[in-house]
Design a protein around this ligand. Sequence first.
Ligand code: LLP
Length: 426
Amino acid sequence: PRTVTRADSGALTVGGVDVREIARQHGTPVYVLDEADFRARCREFAAAFSDCDVYYAGKAFICKAIVRIVAEEGLFLDVCSGGELAVALAAGFPPERLGFHGNNKSVAELTRAVEAGVGRIIVDSFDEIERLTAIARERGVRPSVLIRVTVGVEAHTHEFIATAHEDQKFGFSLAGGAALAAALKIIDEDALELRGLHSHIGSQIFDTGGFEVSARRVVELQARIRDARGVELPELDLGGGFGIAYTSQDDPAEPGDLAKRLRKIVEDECNLAGLAVPQVSIEPGRAIVGPAMFTLYEVGTVKDVDGIRSYVSVDGGMSDNIRTALYDASYSATVANRASNATPMLARVVGKHCEAGDIVVKDEFLPADVRPGDLLAVPGTGAYCRSMASNYNHVPRPSVVAVTEGATRVIVRRETEDDLLALDMG
Ligand code: LLP
């Protein structure tokens, strides 16, 4: 996060608070949210995409405090389960500013969304269209929907491959004709209000070419819908997926540049097709919350393995950050409680779980005098770490502490062994 500095003592401070104080007060491991940084990123996206609606993707990390900040910063919010919807509503988020995603929303979830007055539901299958149509007719309402379109763009971190047919569970296939059929069905049945199309091509994307191809294809589909039914859809959602820098090797696009490129491609395509430019929306999660948090661990053991590298074990691991094990993700680490002039040594930061794949940071140079009791900070853990945390090995999940202007505040409390035992009915 941006407010991290190294004080004269050699320890890191964040938002004006010494990390040693955070560890003392709140224990470790702990996720630390730099609230000012999170707010700044909300504002950056809102400013860069000022003519778009920016939906913060709650799946990256959601809790009531985050929802309130997102509301205060004037963003919209994307939820993708009944649980996330419940958090948003419990925090008082305006339901009309919510988008609801998911490839298998239950009748109960859809009913709750309709009754709460969720602004738009992104429909993902013919089964869902039928379910939602029945719920809407029963209640005499006409919910707004977008159609999730599988545009045939497979996004990778540094490249994209256009495929004729996407073999995955999300959305309606564009190439196979399902997307057009879904649009015509919704328009003809008239129980739901079709506001527009939606595409999301992946996550942690650096090459914006994928977004451009995808935008072009959904605009083309808008034109086909207009040709078939004379209806011009007023909205277009291009999804999320904007990459962030996990290590110094990553070089993500600035939101401002991204916004300009996407705007231009949508405008050009609409001009070509003779369509009015729709209201565009995006759904960034990682790019807003990822860099705004770090995880603070305490070192427990340091083991030199045959001169190859040192294994530095911390008091958490794959239960609080599964991304390294699951996606081979790269992170960095730094000794946070003191400065050190010791020679750097090749280290692997590992957790306390009972498997060899329990790695937090694959490769990092740490000072050779790193020792038990030191604090390690792993930056960039705001997205998909607490939200994907587990209780593997009955390890309670860490708390999330927000820091702002010299003060700390627990926004998600640490789980206790009693919390876990309370679920165990004996
Ligand atoms: N919109 C939709 C429809 C999505 O499916 C997602 C992410 C987003 C927006 C937000 O994407 P973001 O801007 O955060 O990249 N667990 C994985 C990431 C899964 C992303 C799922 N969908 C990870 O840890 O990398």
